[in-house]
Unconditional design. Structure first.
Lengths: 414, 414
């Protein structure tokens, strides 16, 4: 008998028929003798609609009220899921974030879970009851509703699994698992049966939208195995298909390169003609950090002319306008002008085997050069190499790299 | 400086534009120096959609989960209203039922408010903050969300006004006030500027859908003046148009007949051939009461044949199926058959002056007889006479009675 958290994303609970289908999957796990906690997203489209309502009234909405508004989507699905389970003869009830409670900090709109009270839930699970939890939401100590940021239901699921010490966290989604590249771009992309938290983290943060980054971080920290699988495949019992995200040591056959990720959600900003002196980076990026804008890739020109240099960095496109406003209002920093290019894409090669293999980066640069693709910015970590290129070349770059690293066949090639 | 509760119904907050319009009205009251609590319904159509979701999964849904689902509609509007007020420079925040808390009993789906904690709210109101409350919802002592039954936001508003000892409870709606009859049926219907709680109670429970019955009961109990007025009329300051529901003694010029109400929401059930002996009514209506079905008009045939008699009564059409199932499962009561007629309408003449004037009932029966309308059941109270007729004759009956009592002119005629 295992304790399982099953998470259903927006497309898996898009309408009543799909909620019933998801409930069938839960019942199967209950029938196998497992204790089950279900985490649900909002019905697909609902969150976007609610966000739009807020923005329509004011672009500068109070994030506490935004949270109150958008958290309602998951509340609805949780209640409906409980009803669907009860209809199937399974005892179930919904537990909202404030009822459990799922305690978070007070950073509304992007809150972090601090503690989950599990005593009562364990009692219910032990009694054979299914616990249904709306994803994406929590509550502050001042009893205000918070949300965890877009895709936050994955984080809710893994956090519930960690807090309950679950044996597995199953993420049901509309794809079959994690692929070596986006199958819409690379038809020959292969599903990855097992991947390490570290690689998944890079893939997740680099734009492979299967799992929210923070959920993978939490999985790595707690060691909960995360199983990504399709809601729309028939139930296979213990023989779960999909991708298992687990500890590195559990993966016997390690690939050098696991996958090619891409991301068109960033924009490039170049600050031209800033003084080339110590502290200039801090005076540029501190205000952005304070405005809660995540700066990703950063390059500073090596040579300076007339004691001046240029700084280039990327920010999420959704934050671009705020980033520019922040920079324009900077009194402490002088610069000549800002050059903005939102038409960029980040393409990345990810693989845990890179640590011990040379030549991975070189193959990447050579492949892109052969296709005439110009690299604007490079950034690397132990297990990934990312480059910024012109957006139009994204598909060509991803396909060429996928082929260059031999990912369509099940071989290890560096 | 007055303390005012302003309630906006579903059509008054139907979309973002209407929410902004409602917010403008709130700001006007704030600018006049008033302390304001706003109670909002769900955006029109939302509650129906949510109820439909529940019913689509199961007609026997868990009402606790239903409450969790449907209460979300008002939660959304409350957050949006707070954002709209803040945009106008007014400090405001949403207070959900469980945050205040609005404590109710545990009769989910039809909960009754037991207590409202007002200390913190008074502090906020005194500081000039606008308190925004989602209508329709409360919370049990077990921390589960409850709802107050359809139209419950009126009750929330009057309950808030009573708890806060407000000077006035303004109910903003899509009609201009309470009329002597439904203006869609009787074009000459007149708006009633002042009406007593007792009369409004009869009109409300008899199908004039401007106010929920329980809100009027609560108004009568607490003495809070309820002002019904249109959201879509320009703001008139202290010169509020619409209908004031108040204590009888505040109404100087009392009408004998205040209005003609009608209601097509009931169905007639006849239990044929029950034993004519003491206790038979109890054994019939007790099980219905236990199933939370409100039985309205009741008639027992006077003469019995072979020691048997027939019982006729009406129930809400929405409860008809459950009522029939309850009766069919009755082991303790023997009867020959059930005859059901959902095609009935209740038409009522209401007026506080009836207490001291004879001939009101007679005029009603005469008027209907002249039009060839058959009366199936009669029921009376001190201030109303109701008759059950065939549904097709509803409009004819209402129009004839409206004219017979001279309601289109501002005269007193019995």
């Amino acid at each position: 008998m295992a304790l399982i958290v099953m998470k259903f994303g927006g497309t898996s609970v898009a309408d009543i028929e799909k909620i019933e289908n998801a409930a069938d999957k839960v019942v199967k796990e209950v029938e196998r003798g497992n204790k089950v906690t279900v985490v649900v997203s909002a019905m697909s489209g609902v969150t976007n609609q609610l966000v739009e309502y807020c923005s329509e009234i004011s672009s500068l909405y109070d994030v506490r009220e935004y949270d109150t508004v958008v958290a309602s989507g998951e509340q609805v699905t949780a209640g409906l899921m409980a009803i669907a389970l009860q209809k199937r003869g399974v005892t179930a009830r919904s537990w909202l974030g404030w009822q459990i409670p799922i305690k978070t900090n007070t950073i509304h709109g992007k809150a972090r879970i601090e503690e989950i009270e599990t005593k009562e839930l364990h009692k219910r699970l032990d009694a054979g009851e299914v616990v249904v939890v709306p994803g994406f939401q929590g509550v502050t100590k001042n009893k205000r509703i918070t949300t965890l940021g877009r895709g936050g239901s994955d984080t809710s699921a893994v956090a519930m699994a960690a807090a309950l010490k679950a044996d597995r966290c199953d993420i049901y989604t509309d794809v079959k698992g994690v692929y070596t590249a986006d199958p819409r771009i690379v038809p020959k992309a292969r599903m990855i049966p097992k991947i390490s938290y570290e690689e998944m983290l890079e893939l997740a943060s680099l734009g492979s939208k299967v799992l929210q980054t923070r959920s993978v971080e939490m999985g790595a920290k707690s060691g909960v195995p995360i199983q990504v699988l399709s809601t729309f495949e028939p139930y296979l019992g213990s023989d779960l298909k999909g991708t298992l995200v687990t500890k590195e040591e559990n993966i016997v056959e390690q690939e050098i390169v696991s996958g090619i990720a891409h991301n068109k959600d960033e924009a490039k900003v170049t600050v031209v003609g800033v003084e080339d002196k110590p502290g200039i980076a801090a005076s540029l990026f501190e205000p952005l950090a304070k405005a809660a804008i995540n700066v990703d890739m950063i390059v500073q020109n090596i040579s300076s002319r007339d004691g001046k240099t240029d700084m280039t960095f990327t920010v999420p496109r959704t934050d671009l306008e705020r980033a520019l406003k922040t920079l324009e209002n900077l009194k402490t920093l002088k610069y000549e002008k800002l050059i903005v290019d939102p038409k960029v894409a980040k393409v990345s090669v990810v693989g845990i085997g890179m640590r011990s293999h040379a030549g991975v980066a070189n193959k990447m640069f050579r492949t892109l050069a052969d296709k005439g693709i110009n690299i604007q910015v490079i950034s690397t970590s132990e297990i990934k190499i990312s480059v910024l290129i012109q957006e139009d070349y994204t598909e060509l770059a991803v396909r060429s790299l996928h082929s260059a690293y031999g990912l369509e066949e099940n071989k290890k090639i560096a």
